[in-house]
Design a protein around this ligand. Structure first.
Ligand SMILES: [Zn+2]
Ligand SMILES: [Zn+2]
Length: 396
């Protein structure tokens, strides 16, 4: 990122922390947590600890970090090196990212740039550039409204399993929009806090249905009222649409009883297991297992800015009605404009308006509300347009 763009981005972050720093609340047991932050020139500073939230807010205004992070783990010595910290326990965290859903809309908004010949195109990254056959290709991922809805839907699936299979009540569950393309779910003070990495990976396997054996479910002995995966699968089979020619339903029968008989007796073992695996894949939650199992991470703090978008990692108590493209805009002020040079960008939807796509050959100059300009700069697809006199000087 060029200096002028980085300065504008940093100034926006500073203004946000100046205006809204009070929204960042003190995590429980703050003195036992590790903090860290990243800078706009790409450094990461870790192993910090704070006495209270006031000290952290002061750092935000002084340093204006690109990203601010806090551990889900509690330590006896949070500022010590990792192996000397003395791990006590850690809240369980789940990360859902739209990119992992591999939705068809990716083709409409992800794009790639060949680093060798400069060719740019919408769509998924090819193996080699069709123009120059080079393989140094950078791809940029975008999250559209459909992607964010998909991530929200996964979050609902996660909440359902946590509540019905793990008995975790809604009050213990905190939900956050990540500020980019997904959601983070934190369990506060749950009995699972003391689980080690192995225990956490068991939970992750359960949620993602990893290693599930379809032959165990090739039986007529299942009912929609059953607990756990068996009941979940039974409800899915019961609720599949009627099979007509247009339906994607792979089963011919149309009642629950006939469908389980079809799976258990009529179809071959391999056909039946293929269908069951497809259903488990739809029912499983697309969390990132690495995030859930790693107990030494620091996570972006709620109400701080995501440097990949300039949006807020935003808490929500009503996921169904939450609109990240509106509610996570850091400073929704449209009274001024910023002039930017956009190299290439899919459509952006923020605060109820849409901008672009900007996919002309060559750069396009646009005058945009600050939060849109910041989004594009943070995504790495725009830079601050130089003032006219400067561009004349540079031509001389
Ligand atoms: Zn090329
Ligand atoms: Zn999308």
């Amino acid at each position: 990122m060029d200096l002028a763009s980085a300065q504008v981005l940093r100034a926006y972050f500073k203004e946000y922390y100046f205006r809204y720093g009070e929204r960042i609340t003190e995590p429980t047991e703050i003195r036992s947590r590790e903090f860290g932050y990243s800078t706009f020139d790409g450094q990461m500073i870790r192993h910090l600890s704070f006495e209270d939230i006031g000290a952290l807010r002061a750092l935000l205004l002084k340093e204006v970090p690109a990203g601010v992070y806090c551990s889900n783990s509690l330590y006896r010595e949070p500022a010590a090196e990792m192996h000397r910290k003395g791990w006590i326990k850690a809240e369980l965290i789940f990360d859902i990212d739209a990119d992992a859903l591999k939705l068809p809309c990716r083709k409409e908004h992800d794009f790639w740039v060949c680093k060798q010949c400069g060719k740019k195109e919408m769509g998924l990254r090819p193996e080699t550039c069709p123009s120059c056959r080079g393989n140094r290709i950078a791809e940029t991922k975008w999250a559209c409204r459909k992607c964010l809805e998909g991530a929200k839907n996964e979050t609902f699936k996660l909440l359902d399993i946590l509540e019905s299979d793990f008995g975790i009540s809604g009050k213990q569950i905190q939900i956050y929009f990540s500020g980019n393309a997904g959601y983070h779910v934190h369990l506060a003070e749950s009995p699972l806090d003391e689980l080690d990495q192995h225990g956490r990976s068991e939970i992750s396997d359960y949620l993602t249905a990893r290693g599930i054996l379809p032959e165990m479910f090739r039986t007529t002995k299942m009912s929609p009222q059953d607990p756990g995966w068996r009941g979940r699968l039974a409800r899915k089979i019961r609720d599949m649409p009627e099979n007509d020619d247009q339906s994607a339903n792979p089963l011919k029968a149309n009642t629950f009883e006939d469908r389980v008989k079809e799976l258990a007796f009529k179809l071959s073992k391999s056909e039946s297991e293929k269908i069951l695996l497809g259903l488990f894949s739809e029912l499983s939650v697309k969390i990132d297992p690495m995030v859930t199992t790693d107990i030494h991470r620091i996570f972006r703090m709620p109400e701080t800015l995501n440097n990949k978008t300039g949006l807020v990692k935003k808490s929500t108590s009503d996921l169904a009605s939450f609109d990240p493209l509106n509610e996570a805009v850091a400073i929704p002020d449209e009274s001024s404009r910023i002039k930017v040079l956009i190299s290439f960008a899919p459509k952006v939807e923020l605060c109820g308006s849409s901008y672009g796509p900007f996919v002309e050959n060559g750069e396009s100059v646009q005058t945009l509300p600050p939060f849109v300009a910041i989004y594009l700069i943070a995504k790495g697809v725009a830079s601050i347009a130089p003032p006219p006199e400067q561009s004349i000087t540079s031509k001389n």
